[in-house]
Design a binder for this molecule. Structure first.
Ligand SMILES: [Zn+2]
Length: 427
């Protein structure tokens, strides 16, 4: 009998969005960082974690996080947020100009510490893969990229970090930004970013997309763009991204993030874009918690397109909250998008696991024999219970090793006094 390095006993498996029924309980054996056995029979192992019938999923994948900006909210005064989210996102472009000021004070040592804290918080919350955007433009220079590249190396084996060289303020609007993106790729950035909707004309948006593809093809990199991120139904850079990928033979290598204006399109135009996106092998990334407008998630899911949920922001100029916690993001999305049917809740779990993995092209991110043992043991035995609790996983397993464990205590002490009641937790 095989002796496994690690055994997860009594793990509840999912059936998936097509069959939103409670899944079966199995024992999972792991050898050399991979799932070697899934069985009802007892499994021998050197180390063991008891899932106790709780749901076990592939670990969480965050496909869109502005990691160089985390915890800068206190420097921004909230003005950019008000412009970004207010009045149906009418002033989103102005918000980006306001938020840009924070980059004048960029300090690489501070970015390094803040970003590390956020990645380790995320790991405790079960996030093992992160696509991290770093502003790469004339204002930030390489001061956003360099600390994230360092963290990518420092945390390798715990958190897989992909760094996106991202010209946040535009390419035509910010002459010189494309050279900074080029330099960021030269020193090791993994993905070429873009934000074509921010340019002033449709022609300049096209030029923006072309410059990004030129670099992606020169360096052989995937592309992640923020498309159509304002309250303007005339924006169509999502479609331009897809059609350019088809024309240039760069299909299955593009991600469209935000794409919020698509939520204002009439249904026939959404259907046309969905067909185009399928041909382009495009993955969508959405973050309904960070602004009041969202791409038509259910329509795209029903069309068979991958739509990942992502954190987007942690306490920066655009969003005051966030703790790098995709179950929290999923719960917020359940409310924002009214995704509360059993089937929709299963979709939410796919959106923070396998759809994110599609964006990052993480192969075989699933609970199956032969797959990498990147796994979370959650609190709750089905999608509803897991979302309702939205707690850090009981166990986070990376490459077959337990890297985080959270103890939930029931030792809650309620005390009262003449000044009022206090609730404390003893642990
Ligand atoms: Zn974003």
């Amino acid at each position: 009998m095989t002796v496994h390095d690690l055994v997860i006993s009594d793990a509840r498996l999912r059936r998936g969005a097509r069959e939103p029924l409670r899944g079966d309980v199995r024992n999972i054996g792991i050898v050399d960082g991979r799932i070697a056995t899934i069985t009802e029979a007892p499994v021998d192992g050197i180390e063991r974690v008891d899932a106790g019938g709780a749901l076990v999923l592939p670990s969480f994948v965050d496909a869109h996080l502005h990691l160089d900006k985390v915890h800068t909210w206190q420097h921004t005064g909230g003005e950019a947020r008000t412009a970004y989210a207010g009045e149906g996102m009418a002033a989103a472009a102005r918000a980006i100009e306001l938020a840009s000021a924070v980059k004048d004070d960029y300090d690489e040592a501070i970015i390094l510490d803040r970003a590390r804290d956020v990645l380790l918080d995320g790991l405790r919350n079960g996030i093992t893969h992160v696509r991290a955007f770093a502003d790469s433009d004339t204002r930030a220079g390489l001061r956003g990229v360099r600390p994230l590249l360092r963290l990518r190396d420092e945390l390798a084996g715990l958190v897989t970090v992909e760094v996106v060289a991202f010209p946040q303020d535009g390419i035509v609007r910010d002459p010189g930004a494309i050279d900074v993106v080029d330099e960021a790729l030269r020193i090791g950035a993994d993905i070429v970013g873009g934000i074509p909707w921010i340019e002033d004309t449709a022609g300049e948006a096209l030029a923006h997309v072309d410059r990004v593809f030129d670099l992606a093809q020169r360096y052989d990199r995937d592309i992640a763009m923020l498309t159509d991120d304002a309250g303007d139904a005339a924006l169509q850079t999502t479609a331009i991204l897809a059609s350019t990928a088809i024309e240039r033979g760069w299909t299955d290598r593009i991600t469209a993030c935000h794409a919020r204006a698509v939520g204002l399109y009439p249904p026939p135009r959404v259907a046309r874009l969905a067909r185009l996106a399928r041909r382009a092998g495009m993955v969508f990334v959405t973050n309904p918690h960070t602004a009041p407008l969202t791409l038509p998630v259910t329509a795209f899911l029903d069309a068979g397109l991958p739509v990942a949920l992502a954190q987007d922001d942690v306490a920066d100029a655009y969003y005051p909250f966030g703790q790098h916690h995709l179950l929290e993001v999923a719960l917020l999305a359940a409310h924002a998008l009214d995704m509360t049917s059993p089937r929709a809740m299963e979709h939410l779990l796919d959106m923070v696991t396998v759809h994110g993995a599609r964006a990052l092209r993480v192969d075989g991110h699933r609970i199956a024999v032969g797959a990498a043992a990147d796994v979370v043991v959650l609190e709750g035995d089905d999608a509803r219970a897991v979302l309702a609790a939205h707690r850090a996983p009981r166990h986070v397993i990376r490459n077959g090793r337990v890297v985080a464990t959270s103890q939930v205590t029931s030792d809650v002490v309620v005390s009262s006094s003449t000044e009022g009641a206090g609730v404390g937790r003893t642990n």
